[in-house]
Design a protein around this ligand. Structure first.
Ligand code: ATP
Length: 331
């Protein structure tokens, strides 16, 4: 019988979540590390490191060791994992945990092994790798062990994973490196081009959360933002509207929608029929962008809904994965 998981980790580009058996989600922090170039030392990890972004002296760099959902900086990732594992194990930390950790679907074997190795190095006794869409589906409450098609669209910070799942496995999938962070970049570009204003990532994120939308809304929302005038270099304030942000996001949103559409086109007919009956489920923090459900429903003709607490479902699913699969294999 497979061992039950001690902890499940959603190792995301934007954030890392840890699920502990019997406790639920015990940790949620940004996947950022503050690193001192001069002394070659890690200064802070997680929330503390995030506070340093854009405010660090020259010798301290705030780095996101995971770009697009896979490991780009192996050594730092391992340090970050070790810190979070210890933090979430608390006083039980004297025993090495069994860990289920997820990777985006479609990662290469080399990338998969890098995640596995980093997790062992960070102090795991046993490591199970699970693909993100499977974890997302479990976390969203879908019974993945039935011979029935379910479509999950997991929109994270760096990647969007689209998958049709049946009988515990992925039947068709696609992973595109376009997700929530690209919405921020699109907002930064738009504001520079149309308002002559430089804004940072944190401002763009705040705009996206407050007035960002993918769908035309009956009521216009506005937000004042501060930035630096492109020409004079001086501080300047402008007012943005939700309609402007919708325009700014159109291209990025449509790349996600088209990817969903093309996965549907490749789905075997019986499973496609299941999906159209059961609907498409959105997960991941990026799914919180207002109006995404409407745009996807309109383009595919399939009812689309967002999971409850979409940013937490992958972590929840990794925690439950081992037991569900063990039950399934025993049947
Ligand atoms: N209310 C919100 N509205 C729109 N976007 C949001 C909201 N809250 C969070 N996000 C976005 O969700 C994204 C992060 O999602 P999530 O935490 O699921 O990603 P991740 O798992 O770290 O990334 P990945 O799966 O790509 O590795 C970020 O781009 C963030 O800006």
């Amino acid at each position: 019988m497979a061992a039950a998981t001690d902890i499940g980790i959603d190792l995301g580009t934007a954030s890392i979540l840890v699920y502990a058996k019997g406790k639920g989600i015990v940790l949620k922090e940004p996947s950022v590390v503050a690193y001192d170039k001069d002394s070659d030392k890690v200064k802070a990890i997680g929330e503390e490191a995030r506070q340093m972004i854009g405010r660090t002296p020259g010798n301290i760099m705030a780095i996101r060791p995971l770009r697009q959902g896979v490991i780009s900086d192996y050594v730092i990732t391992e340090k970050m994992l070790r810190y979070f594992i210890q933090k979430s194990m608390g006083r039980r930390g004297f025993r090495k945990p069994r860990i289920v950790i997820c990777v985006p679907s479609g990662v290469t074997d080399v990338e998969r092994r890098a995640v596995e190795e980093a997790t062992y190095q960070a102090g795991a006794r046993e490591v199970t790798i699970v693909e993100e869409p499977i974890a997302a589906a479990i976390g969203a409450g879908i019974d993945i062990t039935k011979p029935c098609g379910n479509m999950i669209v997991d929109i994270g910070g760096g990647t969007t994973d689209i998958a049709v799942i049946s009988l515990g496995g992925i039947v068709v999938s696609s992973s595109i490196r376009i997700a929530g962070d690209n919405f921020n970049e699109a907002i930064i570009r738009y504001v520079r081009k149309n308002h002559g204003l430089f804004i940072g990532e944190q401002t763009a994120e705040a705009v996206k959360i407050k007035i960002g939308t993918a769908y035309q809304q009956p009521e216009l929302m506005t937000m004042d933002i501060k930035g630096r005038n492109v020409v004079t270099g001086l501080p300047k304030t402008v007012t943005l509207t939700s309609e402007e942000i919708r325009e700014a996001l159109v291209d990025t949103v449509s790349q996600i929608v088209e990817a969903v559409h093309s996965v549907l086109e490749k789905t075997p007919p019986e499973l496609a029929a299941d999906v159209s009956e059961r609907g498409i489920v959105l997960t991941g923090g990026g799914a919180l962008l207002d109006g995404l459900e409407e745009v996807i429903s309109e383009r595919t003709g399939i009812n689309t809904m967002t999971a409850e607490n979409p940013a937490s479902v992958v972590a929840l699913g990794t925690g439950e994965y081992v037991e569900i699969m063990a039950d399934f294999e025993r049947r």
